[in-house]
Design a protein around this ligand. Structure first.
Ligand SMILES: *Cc1c(COP(=O)(O)O)cnc(C)c1O
Length: 378
């Protein structure tokens, strides 16, 4: 069976974990956490980074930082992971769901302004498959209406928009190091702070509402409870694993791009004959090879293709179910139809994608997809 995902150990993960344990300090903000923060701040020029235990946690921190209150409205694509939305619902926000673009699952920026009301507080673009949303336009709209932009950059490590790293454009951004992402630590995430005014409070919220980080830096002589907060920081054992991955980021990315390009080359003939659609990288963006997906013409074709590939020992996986139709939120949704979110719910199919997938396996999977469409025609 070719699985959908397989976590990759790049080399020194267990060695660094042993070092962390040997150092005698394995709680949060130890030596490896600092190394990870420095890595991101130096490589991508992020103003301030804080590791968290998940991207979900980083999003929850963002919602607290921008002071989301009961009744505030937050604009989020419907075609996304629950955490993008849950973080704001937890603070009492009303979610205003946006549709995807016709040609790509990212938020349709052309329809964004129509969703803004005097209660709108934030826009949360999700860089689906690591492909940039139209950030210039989103920041322009946000500035005009005085809104915050929180980038859900869970899938967007090492991806760029007009030369700027994703996660470095909105006021705040959240990354994920869940085992299904490009760079992993099992569970793990990071908050990126691009607007300096959040620096101090972010440290406090992450440390249970205390000014403990300031205390450890010797900036105050005792620490205490100064704000709301929770425990959002990961153990240094997690950071040790993550740092080993970061050291091999370029190698990991190179291999992933080779896999992505091979799928694309193998399947573009099917796209040319209009049998399916392939992912597109916008002209302002780069490809970080997070995911390779196809979009079938309808759900029946997708189901048949899933069955066919499973019979051939390959495990493709569909993705999000429109959140505006979810059991939890549909009764709270304002009733607008979001046809492209529904289209990706029904027709998008992700193909196996992981570091150790060989190009021969990519060819094998691709040939089977071509065979499926040839047989269907006849
Ligand atoms: C993976 C993912 C998340 C959640 O990440 P965790 O680290 O598992 O909390 C959130 N948003 C998007 C778009 C994701 O792909």
């Amino acid at each position: 069976m070719i699985p959908f995902n397989k976590p990759f150990l790049s080399g020194k993960e267990t060695e660094y974990i042993t070092q962390a344990v040997g150092s005698g300090k394995i709680s949060g903000d130890g030596q490896f956490t600092k190394k990870c923060h420095q890595f991101f701040e130096q490589k991508y020029g992020f103003q301030k980074c804080l590791l968290t235990t998940s991207c979900t946690d980083a999003l929850e921190m963002a919602a607290i930082l921008i002071d989301i209150r009961e009744g505030d409205e937050v604009i989020v694509p419907s075609f996304t992971f629950v955490s993008t939305v849950n973080a704001f619902v937890l603070r009492g926000a009303k979610i205003v769901f946006a549709d995807s673009e016709e040609g790509f699952p990212n938020i349709d920026v052309s329809k964004l302004e129509a969703l803004i009301t005097p209660k709108t507080k934030a826009i949360v673009p999700v860089h689906y498959a690591g492909v940039a949303c139209d950030m210039d336009r989103i920041m322009e709209i946000a500035d005009k209406h005085g809104l915050y932009v929180i980038e859900d950059a869970a899938q967007a490590i090492d991806s760029f928009y007009n030369g700027k790293p994703l996660g470095g454009i909105g006021h705040l951004a959240a990354f994920s190091f869940h085992e299904t992402k490009n760079i992993i630590s099992g569970e793990g995430g990071m908050l990126v702070i691009n607007d300096k005014k959040f620096n101090d409070r972010a440290e406090i919220i992450r440390e249970k509402g205390t000014n403990r980080s300031k205390f450890f830096r010797g900036e105050v002589d005792k620490y205490g409870w100064v704000d709301i907060g929770s425990s959002f920081l990961p153990s240094d054992i997690i950071a040790a694993f993550l740092y080993a991955q970061l050291e091999n980021l370029d190698m990991i990315q190179e291999k992933r791009k080779a896999i992505w390009n091979r799928y694309n080359d193998n399947l573009k003939q099917l796209e040319a004959s209009k049998k399916l659609a392939l992912p597109k990288v916008c002209k302002e963006g780069t490809n970080n090879a997070h995911m390779f997906f196809i979009v079938t013409e309808d759900i029946a074709t997708r189901s048949a293709l899933i069955d066919f590939l499973k019979k051939n020992e390959i495990l493709p996986v569909f993705h999000y179910l429109s959140l505006h139709k979810s059991p939890f939120y549909q009764s709270k949704h304002d009733g607008r139809e979001l046809p492209y979110s529904d289209k990706y719910t029904e027709c998008l199919l992700r193909l196996p994608f992981y570091y150790e997938l060989s190009l021969e396996q990519v060819d094998h999977i691709s040939h089977l997809i071509v065979q499926f469409y040839n047989e269907r025609k006849g």
